[in-house]
Design a protein around this ligand. Structure first.
Ligand code: URA
Length: 203
C-alpha cells in the first residue's frame, strides 16, 4: 500500500490503460483524507479532465447542491471516481479500464478507512456492491461489506436528465443523513444546520 503522496504520484504518471493517451489531467479525487464518508462516481467528464478535480461540471454542481441539503460539503467527505482519467465522449468506462484503475481506489479506501461509501450511479455500484446491481430497484438500500456501510444513489447526471427521479434521491439523502448520525456523527461536528445558517454553531 502506498502513502498519499506516492499514490498521487503513481496516479499522475499512470499508463495502465489507453485513457492516459487522451487525458489532460488525472482526477485523483479530493476532500477530507480522514473522512468517515466517501463518494465514488464513474469517471471524470470534460470539466474534471480540464481542471483535474472531481465533480466540478454541471453534475458536480448539482451534487454539491443536493448534499448541502443534508449539510455536507467537501470538507466533510472524500470524493473520487472508479476511473481517474476521462473516457472519450463521456462513454461508460470499460471493464478493462475499471480493472486497470481499481488498485488506486482500493489504496485510497485503505488509507481513508471510511465507515460509509456511497456509489454514485450503477457503474460504481456494479463493481463495488454487486455485479448484477440494479440501480432503479436497489438505490437507497444499505449493504455491508467488510464492515463498511454501502449504498448506491442515482448519479447526479441521471437526476439532471430525469427530474422525476429527484424525490427518490431526496429519500436516499435522508437515509444517508440518518446513517451518518448513527455510525459517524463526528462528520457533522461544528456544522451550522442549513435552516440555521444565520445563527451560531449548535451546541
Ligand atoms: N461524473 C462522474 O462520475 N465523475 C465526475 O468526476 C464527474 C462527473
Amino acid at each position: 500500500m502506498l502513502n498519499w503522496s506516492d499514490l498521487e504520484a503513481a496516479c499522475g504518471s499512470c499508463r495502465n490503460c489507453s485513457l492516459c493517451e487522451t487525458r489532460h489531467h488525472v482526477v485523483f479525487g479530493e476532500g477530507l483524507r480522514t473522512a468517515d464518508l466517501m463518494f465514488i462516481g464513474e469517471g471524470p467528464g470534460e470539466q474534471e479532465d480540464l481542471t483535474g478535480r472531481p465533480f466540478v461540471g454541471r453534475a458536480g454542481q448539482f451534487l454539491d447542491e443536493m448534499l448541502s441539503i443534508i449539510d455536507l460539503d467537501r470538507s466533510r467527505y472524500f470524493i473520487g471516481n472508479m476511473v481517474k482519467c476521462r473516457p472519450p465522449q463521456n462513454r461508460d468506462p470499460l471493464n478493462a479500464e475499471i480493472e486497470a484503475c481499481i488498485g488506486y481506489l482500493r489504496n485510497q479506501v485503505a488509507l481513508i478507512r471510511p465507515k460509509i461509501i456511497i456509489c454514485l450511479g450503477r457503474i460504481a455500484a456494479m463493481r463495488l456492491i454487486r455485479e448484477d446491481f440494479k440501480i432503479t430497484r436497489e438505490h437507497g438500500q444499505w449493504f455491508e461489506k467488510a464492515g463498511v456501510h454501502m449504498m448506491a444513489m442515482y448519479h447526479p447526471s441521471a437526476l439532471l436528465r430525469d427530474p422525476r427521479k429527484r424525490p427518490e434521491a431526496f429519500e436516499d439523502l435522508k437515509k444517508l443523513q440518518a446513517k451518518i448520525r448513527e455510525v459517524c456523527p463526528e462528520t457533522y461536528q461544528g456544522v451550522i444546520p442549513l435552516g440555521n445558517r444565520a445563527g451560531r454553531v449548535q451546541p
